[in-house]
Structure formats: C-alpha cells, structure tokens
Design a binder for this molecule. Structure first.
Ligand code: SF4
Length: 189
C-alpha cells in the first residue's frame, strides 16, 4: 500500500504551462513561435539508437515506473523520417559511425540529439582502436547525459533539457548561417 502511494506520488502529472501572452476575459494572445515551441517540446518522437547496456536503462525509462509517455514521447520511431529526437545509447563502433550518421541525415528538421551515457558521449571505458570516442565526432549533439550507465532519472532529465531547447528555439534557427556552419563543420550539407 505504501509503495502504491509512493508510485502515485512519483507519477503525478503536471499540465504543460501555456506560453507567455496577453490574456483577458475570453481571449488569449501569444506568439506563433511560442505555440509551436510548446507543441514540439511536448511531442518529441524518439529514435532509440541503442547498441548496448545503456539501451537497457532506456527500456526502464520507457516502462511504467518512469514512464516517458508523461513527456509526450511514448511514440518511438524506428524510421528516421518520423522521429525528431535521436537518442544514442551505447558503445558506437567506428564501423557503425556511417550508419549513425545516415540515420541522423535522414531525420527531418528540426531534430535534436541526446547522447546517453559515457560510451556514446566519449567512448567510455573503451579507449580502443575500434570504438568511436564520442558521437560528436560525426554528428552534432544537443545534450549529453553522463553516467555508466545513467539512471532512468538522468535520461529523463536529458529529455527535459531537449524539451527546453525545443520550446525556446527560434523558428528561424534551422535556416540561419550559424546552423548551416555547424552542419558544414561536420561535412553535412
Ligand atoms: S556507458 Fe556504461 S552502461 Fe552505457 S553502454 Fe557504455 S559501458 Fe554500457
């Protein structure tokens, strides 16, 4: 019974706050950018690129105790074209690098990348000839989650950080010179 109460307390739902705006009796006005940001942030579709143990933590994050669905992200996509949050979890061998990059390139804009765990972020303990020493050598990363493995709470925090980025991103960012320069630095057109 006590455990049930604990779970109910932990899974208490919060309603997404409306963006800043002008309001009065019967009306509410805000910026289009803020509404789109709110919608994007609360409906991120993850593409789980899970290769090893960190992927198991992700499974726990999806399960009922941690319940990623609370953040609008229960709809996993294994098709890059229907995903906007690439979650890379696990050791990425150098041979896998081109595949990961292809998946990233196939995702439509706007897209965000979450690097989960030490291996994806830096190669982790595998400082060897065959392991990529961080996925940011081949694709841009938005948020890094530390840990070996990170706990589901940490993965959730990483997702929440991506939500913040999505919510506050300018609609023009993806067409900006700065963003094009970032992609060009990775050899992506
Ligand atoms: S960071 Fe640790 S737990 Fe995650 S994939 Fe690497 S070795 Fe496994």
């Amino acid at each position: 019974m006590a455990k049930d109460k604990q779970i109910i307390k932990r899974t208490k739902l919060e309603i997404a706050k409306s963006p800043e705006g002008l309001e009065g009796p019967g009306f509410f006005a805000t910026k289009l950018e803020d509404v789109i940001g709110l919608a994007r942030a609360n409906s991120l579709w993850p593409l789980p690129f899970a290769t090893s143990c960190c992927g198991i933590e992700f499974m726990a994050t999806m399960a009922s105790d941690y319940d990623l669905a609370r953040f609008g992200s229960e709809r996993l996509s294994f098709s890059p074209r229907q995903a906007d949050m690439l979650m890379v979890m696990g050791t990425i061998a150098k041979k896998m690098g081109p595949i990961l990059r292809q998946v990233y390139e196939q995702m439509a804009e706007p897209k965000w990348v979450l690097s989960v765990g030490a291996c994806a972020s830096s190669g982790g303990i595998f400082d060897t000839y065959s392991v990529l020493q961080g996925i940011d050598r081949i694709i841009p990363v938005d948020v890094y989650v530390p840990g070996c493995p990170p706990r589901p709470e940490q993965i959730l925090e990483g997702v929440m950080k991506i939500q913040e980025l999505a919510k506050n991103e300018s609609l023009r960012r993806r067409n900006s010179d700065e963003y094009k320069k970032l992609l060009n630095s990775y050899g992506i057109e």
